[in-house]
Ligand binder design. Structure first.
Ligand SMILES: Cc1cc2nc3c(=O)[nH]c(=O)nc-3n(C[C@H](O)[C@H](O)[C@H](O)COP(=O)(O)OP(=O)(O)OC[C@H]3O[C@@H](n4cnc5c(N)ncnc54)[C@H](O)[C@@H]3O)c2cc1C
Length: 313
């Protein structure tokens, strides 16, 4: 068995997982990266990444992640094209079960399985993701200069997205299913102070109006009156929360009330020595490529320290 035990397994091949792969690879820990159903992670869903340091003219998300994948491979990372369906963190070595039936074992585990934006469940939503539908105003607002956009949601993140969008878009509608907001008063005030922002209350988005190339508008329904209307917009931003990808851990690590894994502040350490967490799966606040990369680096350094302490390397 011991020969089959990896020094470190990294679950997830987004920015956090691949960066952890570069660092653990360079530390000669022969990392095994289980890629999951989205190799390269969320950034592969976007065409232009304009805020990742080092690319003054932006870089295509897929190209960026391919380059980081190649960088990790260069230092010896081994990739497993599979999804982890469950893990046993109570026994050592740790084990993860893959969807192809195999079980992998490791002395250390880096959890970098990311998060996904909650969807509305509209028929055309997935097909138009990155072509008029977005889940990240910080990332995509600049593409809507002088255009008309709508944000769905009523919490702090919806106010933040909408307020940020007002710097670019000519008009920003905030569509909310109730007539009061969940957002904190300060975030509400900030949003309400923007002259180009307008609330549409008691309303849900029923469908996207599309033309094959992009979004042209929204079909709306007032939940109080039942009245259906159409609203012309160039872009729809979903701000109804994120769901961390932790189903495979089935409660083995403590989470906060939204399901994000808890780490010791300022580190990637969990309650289980040898299990480290990096990126959006533990980050409800920043959720950016550069912060995920930083956390991946930290998890790799923490794992290296741990493996030295327990005498594996
Ligand atoms: C459309 C879009 C555009 C964005 N644009 C920008 C931008 O311009 N700039 C910016 O800084 N940020 C941007 N972001 C945010 C950025 O993509 C994320 O912060 C970053 O990808 C987080 O990296 P991560 O590695 O933590 O997780 P993710 O990128 O979510 O990667 C998670 C990885 O885990 C894998 N995984 C999940 N479950 C399992 C499992 N059970 N078993 C094995 N593997 C699993 C997935 O396959 C994936 O490889 C954008 C996000 C989106 C959705």
């Amino acid at each position: 068995m011991a020969d089959d035990v990896a020094k470190v397994i990294i679950v997830g091949s987004g920015m956090a997982g691949l960066t952890a792969g570069i660092y653990t690879g360079r530390a000669k820990l022969d990392p095994v990266i289980v890629e999951g159903i989205e190799p390269g992670g969320q950034l592969t869903l976007t065409s232009e990444v304009e805020n990742y340091p080092g690319f003054p003219n932006a870089i295509n998300g897929m190209d960026l992640m391919q380059a980081i994948h190649d960088q990790a491979a260069r230092f010896g990372a081994r990739f497993e094209s599979a999804d982890v369906v469950s893990a046993d963190l109570r026994r050592r070595p740790f084990t993860v079960e893959l969807d192809d039936g195999r079980t992998l074992a490791a002395h250390a585990l880096i959890v970098a399985s990311g998060a996904r934006a909650r969807r509305l469940g509209l028929p055309a939503e997935e097909a138009y993701m990155g072509r008029g539908v977005s889940t990240c105003a910080t990332c995509d607002a600049a593409f809507y200069q002088d255009r008309v956009t709508a944000v769905v949601g009523g919490g702090d993140s919806a106010m933040e997205e909408a307020t940020f969008l007002t710097r670019y878009a000519r008009k920003v509608y905030v569509i909310h299913r109730r007539d009061t907001l969940r957002a904190s008063p300060i975030m509400q005030d900030r949003a309400r102070s923007k002259p180009n922002l307008e609330f549409i209350w008691n309303t849900v988005v029923e469908d996207l109006l599309v033309d094959g190339k992009g979004v042209k508008g929204l079909k709306l329904r007032n939940v109080k009156t039942g009245e259906q209307t159409e609203l012309a917009v160039d872009g729809l931003f979903l701000a109804i929360g994120h769901v961390p990808n932790t189903e495979w851990l089935k409660g083995q690590l403590p989470t906060d009330d939204q399901g994000y894994i808890k780490v010791k502040p300022g580190t990637t350490l969990t309650d289980i020595p040898g299990v480290f967490v990096a990126g959006d799966v533990a980050d409800r606040r920043y959720q950016q490529a550069v912060t995920a990369a930083a956390a991946g680096c930290m998890a790799a350094l923490d794992a290296e320290d741990y493996l030295q302490e327990v005498g594996v390397v």
